[in-house]
Design a protein around this ligand. Structure first.
Ligand SMILES: NC(=O)C1=CN([C@@H]2O[C@H](COP(=O)(O)OP(=O)(O)OC[C@H]3O[C@@H](n4cnc5c(N)ncnc54)[C@H](O)[C@@H]3O)[C@@H](O)[C@H]2O)[C@@H](O)CC1
Ligand SMILES: [K+]
Length: 509
């Protein structure tokens, strides 16, 4: 594998906290209360955007679209700073200049160029647009002239730099209210917001830059954010200690099916590569040789009669359990899942182990008493939580599901969400599309299993496995297939093995 690829990617080492729009307002207010003038915050915000622009482009004709609030106020700072650096700058304002208030009015007064009314003509001869129409104050759909101008920016393909958020994107949900123009770069302040990562907002943001504007990190202690961007700051991968032996590193069990044995084999390999000390595959006797093929370190256990299952589960050394990949859908799998859950031991339920409860999801949720990770993709999610499927806010959907199930819900997709029953949410935004390959979900389930066996709390194990899955995919060979992933994920994990994590992990249970 090419050693020159650095890990983690820059996005993942950024501050992990994600602030809702309301929390960001509290952070601003706390900074001001601590003595940072709000005008200084706005100046720093405008400076950060101007700097991001200068880093990417040589001077060119730029039009700053200013809105009626403080997002527009940032726009006036950007205009002043770029003009001072010799850029040809024009400003177009939505609404009346004399209706601007507070810091925005101060910065409009400091802008000594003309201010045109916002209309389509403002885009003529523009090589670059700064979208400073609406940020945190977006309260309703963008329509009218603002909507037409943003649509024209998109249609004409004029590169856009979004201030705080592409105007029209809801900072909490990533949903578009009315219309929004895709940005080449979005510069936000202090901490990213969920809407920067959740689609469609995440895609509309383009490159995301998070700038320090002088808000002290200490304000977070009172705010206690509940959402995080996935990355190694949230969890520490288990590392073998000198005193370890295989029994102290956990004994994971994959419950495999009679058909589709490849799914269980991939999961087993991933669990072992993540460091589980022992791994047993329990499956019908006839297919055990398939599970042992090319895996002499795997322990096989015949699972034919109910007593076989009892014997396995009675042995408390089997400390983490996985059911679902290749297990087949139906009452046998459902009954087996209930037996696993009754142990209260860390358990991953994936694929068929989820859809086997489609007729009675409540039976599954009632049985959950220990740390459990459910790993549905959207279709499996619909089967378990049909009433939540209509909830358009994907993060809210995952959180409601986790609360109802009393389990960590890992909602798979291009941006995978990990929601804990206590409301914590982790958004994974770094996974490459090469993961869209058969068996990749089986590897993920096995990786979570392997981390649980080593004692990681459920939400952390889920988040770490998802992140390593993406990091492994980036390290893997061209034409990535699921078989490549367990080894590549172990490589990614090894590259994280620095002496200490960046600090205490936020309270992820
Ligand atoms: N101290 C702070 O609060 C800081 C705020 N900053 C900037 O301030 C922004 C937030 O400022 P505001 O709270 O003033 O909010 P915005 O500037 O985002 O928007 C508020 C204004 O837009 C109007 N509006 C909202 N949605 C509309 C729609 N769809 N169509 C037409 N008008 C609409 C509102 O009536 C209000 O007049 C942040 O996004 C950031 O850019 C930065 O200057 C950094 C410091
Ligand atoms: K904006």
């Amino acid at each position: 594998m090419p050693p020159q690829i650095p890990l983690p990617p820059p996005s993942a080492i950024a501050d992990p906290e994600l602030l809702t729009v309301a929390e960001m307002g509290r952070a601003d207010a706390a900074a001001v209360a601590a003595g940072v003038p709000s005008l200084a915050l706005m100046e720093a915000a405008g400076h950060a955007v101007a700097r991001a622009i200068r880093l990417r482009w040589r001077p060119r004709r730029v039009v700053i679209l200013c809105g009626p609030g403080n997002n527009g106020g940032d726009g006036f700072v950007i205009a002043r700073r770029l003009a001072r650096d010799g850029w040809p700058v024009r400003v177009a304002l939505l609404g009346e200049r004399d209706r601007l208030g507070g810091d925005a009015a101060v910065n409009a007064a400091r802008w000594d160029g003309p201010i045109a009314p916002l209309d389509l003509g403002a885009l003529d001869r523009a090589d670059l647009v700064v979208d400073a129409l609406f940020g945190a104050g977006l309260t309703r759909p963008v329509e009218g002239v603002a909507g037409s101008v943003l649509e024209a920016v998109a249609a004409r393909g004029i590169p856009s730099v979004a201030v705080d958020m592409p105007s029209g994107v809801d900072g909490d949900t990533g949903r578009v209210l009315g219309t929004a123009a895709p940005a080449a770069v979005t510069v936000t302040f202090f901490r990213a917001k969920p809407g920067h990562l959740l689609d469609p907002g995440g895609t509309l943001c383009g490159d995301l830059v998070v700038s320090d504007i002088g808000i002290p990190a200490a304000v977070l202690a009172d705010i206690r954010p509940m959402a995080f961007r996935n990355g190694p700051a949230l969890w520490t991968p288990p590392r073998p200690r000198p005193s370890d032996h295989k029994y102290t590193r956990g004994h994971a069990v994959v419950f495999g099916g009679a058909r589709m044995t490849g799914a269980g084999r991939l999961a087993a390999r991933a669990a072992r590569r993540m460091g589980a000390g022992l791994l047993s595959v329990a499956a019908p006797e006839a297919v055990l040789p398939l599970y042992a093929q090319d895996a002499p370190g795997v322990i096989t256990r015949a699972l034919e009669r109910p007593e076989d299952l009892d014997a396995l589960l009675d042995d408390a050394r089997h400390n983490a359990l996985l059911l679902g990949p290749g297990s087949g859908r139906g009452p046998v799998t459902a009954q087996r899942a209930l037996a696993l859950l009754a142990t209260g031991r860390p358990t991953v339920l994936d694929a068929d182990a989820l859809t086997s409860f489609a007729d009675d999801p409540g039976m599954l949720f009632e049985a959950i008493i220990g740390p459990v990770v459910l790993t549905p993709h959207e279709g499996e999610f619909r089967a378990l939580f049909p009433d939540l499927a209509s909830e358009a806010d994907r993060a809210a959907r995952a959180r409601l599901a986790a609360r109802r199930a009393g389990a960590v819900v890992l909602l798979k997709g291009p941006r995978t969400l990990i929601a804990a029953p206590d409301g914590h949410l982790v958004i994974n935004a770094d996974a490459p599309p090469s993961l869209a390959t058969a068996g990749s979900g089986d590897v993920l389930a096995g990786a979570i299993l392997g981390l649980l066996a080593q004692g990681m709390p459920a939400a952390q194990a889920a988040a770490a496995a998802v992140w390593l899955h993406g990091a492994g995919a980036r390290l893997g060979p061209p034409g990535l297939i699921a078989e490549d992933l367990p080894d590549a994920m172990a490589e990614a994990m090894a590259r994280l093995a620095t002496p200490a994590s960046p600090g205490p992990a936020p309270a992820l249970s």
